[in-house]
Design a protein around this ligand. Structure first.
Ligand code: ASP
Length: 437
């Protein structure tokens, strides 16, 4: 018998109907042994997530305002689900205690975590599986930093004692017993941590989309889902702006060599996207896997005659940025030119200082700033073996009348990054997508 860890996002647990789908999914495969729920999410467009309601309760309580009306919405959501499922579970005494505790805490983590906590208890009762409180098995140190090894040992030990269990996502506990949360969307991280500790064969991440899309659906109408993706490609895509999995969630499973499967709770028959260290052994190799991008970058172009023979020039330029605490994204260079790509927000206060310091330390012939640039990464492990990928990409951009301001292709050939004017961003993504799909 294998082990699968299934994490369900907030939209998969937004009401009793969704809970039923979750139970059907879990019971249809006995390998699905550990489940990590988020808090109930939105049921309709303008609905509020339970986590958002809880953060609001905390804010109201700590600005001297009444939060009982807000908290009663939390109670209604949670007790409503339990009663719609016909459960014999009285959450009210604990909910009332939670309401009081929110006012006593000096940070919002406890309040925020209660969505996952109560959702986990409801799900455990519905499945008739044991409930393991994450505060006892997911550990943060005294400074509030997640402690991966302690957690892994403790959690592995606890899971060994349970064939099936529900472990709520998003939070853990500090040595003092105080509750601490991950950043928003952090149930993905808990899911990956549990998968690692369980020695799972597969980490399933159930959401409301049928996998990772090849491009942003706000730009491309109904983009194709990626059937198989490597962790390296996922990292490139999410770094470049694709909203897929919580960044930190990739690491525990990737490190442990556990594949991740992104699935759709509303379409459980769809295989979703499989993410693993190696490409699909039997699958056909697509040239490109996906496209992602961001706006708001600045190109700092530095020119100096004979730059290439001047030892330490690049180091001095980057030293200026480092001293000012600015990190750079890309570094395409020419013979006598160097271009440093930096996010606009990093530059805000330092523009003149960068110019002064580079002039002082590097004596360039010119420094030019071009802001409002968008970066687009076309990612695909298949590019290494296919001739003509770059030519297709640039021809598509030229045909769409888009001027390319910068090109960066790492030697790994896992991606080609182009910089275009911010106003051309959407058209460029679309030109590339339709060239390859
Ligand atoms: N409920 C938390 C949030 O809304 C964590 C999660 O859903 O992953 O951010």
């Amino acid at each position: 018998m294998g082990i699968k860890v299934a994490k369900f996002g907030g939209s998969s647990l937004s009401d009793a109907e969704q809970f039923k789908k979750v139970r059907d999914i879990l019971l249809s495969d006995p390998d699905r042994r550990y489940v990590v729920p988020s808090a109930p999410g939105r049921r309709f467009r303008d609905d509020e997530k339970v986590t958002d309601l809880l953060y609001r309760c905390y804010r109201l309580a700590h600005t001297g305002q009444s939060y009982s009306e807000c908290f009663s919405q939390v109670v209604e959501r949670l007790c409503g689900i339990a009663s719609d499922l016909g459960l014999d579970l009285d959450l009210l005494p604990d909910l009332h205690e939670t309401e009081r505790e929110i006012a006593r805490q000096d940070n919002p983590d406890y309040a925020a975590s209660r969505g996952e906590y109560f959702c986990g208890r409801i799900l455990a009762s519905y499945l008739n599986w044991p409930f393991i409180d994450a505060a006892e098995v997911v550990r943060f140190d005294r400074q509030g930093v997640f402690a991966p090894e302690w957690t892994n040992e403790q959690l592995a030990e606890t899971l060994r004692q349970h064939e099936y269990a529900v472990i709520p996502g998003f939070y853990g506990g500090m040595p003092s017993g105080q509750v601490k949360t991950f950043s928003r969307g952090g149930s993905d991280i808990t899911g990956a941590i549990v998968a690692r500790a369980a020695g799972a064969d597969l980490y399933e991440n159930w959401t409301d989309v049928s996998g990772v899309m090849m491009a942003d659906p706000r730009i491309i109408d109904n983009p194709r889902a990626i059937d198989w993706l490597t962790y390296r490609e996922l990292r490139e895509l999410s770094y470049m702006g694709a909203t897929v999995l919580h960044e930190d969630a990739i690491f525990p499973v990737r490190k442990a060599g556990i594949p991740t499967n992104i699935r759709n709770t509303n379409h459980p028959e769809h295989p979703g996207t499989m993410i693993s260290a190696d490409p699909n052994p039997s699958g056909e190799e697509r040239t490109i896997t996906g496209i992602a991008g961001h706006k708001n970058f600045t190109l700092i172009s530095i020119e100096k005659a004979m730059m290439n023979s001047e030892l330490g020039f690049g180091r001095r330029v980057l030293g200026v940025l480092e001293d000012l605490g600015i990190s750079f994204e890309h570094l395409p260079t020419g013979i006598d030119t160097m271009c440093v790509v930096v996010a606009d927000r990093e530059l805000e206060r330092h523009r003149q200082e960068i110019i002064d310091r580079i002039e002082d330390r590097c004596h360039p012939d010119s420094i030019e700033f071009n802001s409002g640039v968008a970066l687009i990464a076309t990612v695909g492990r298949g590019m290494v073996n296919k001739r003509g990928t770059a030519s297709r990409l640039f021809r598509a951009l030229a045909v769409a009348d888009i001027n390319v301001r910068m090109i960066d292709q790492g030697s790994s050939e896992l991606n080609i990054i182009v910089g275009v004017d911010g106003k051309d961003f959407e058209r460029a993504v679309s030109a590339i997508y339709y060239e390859f799909v």
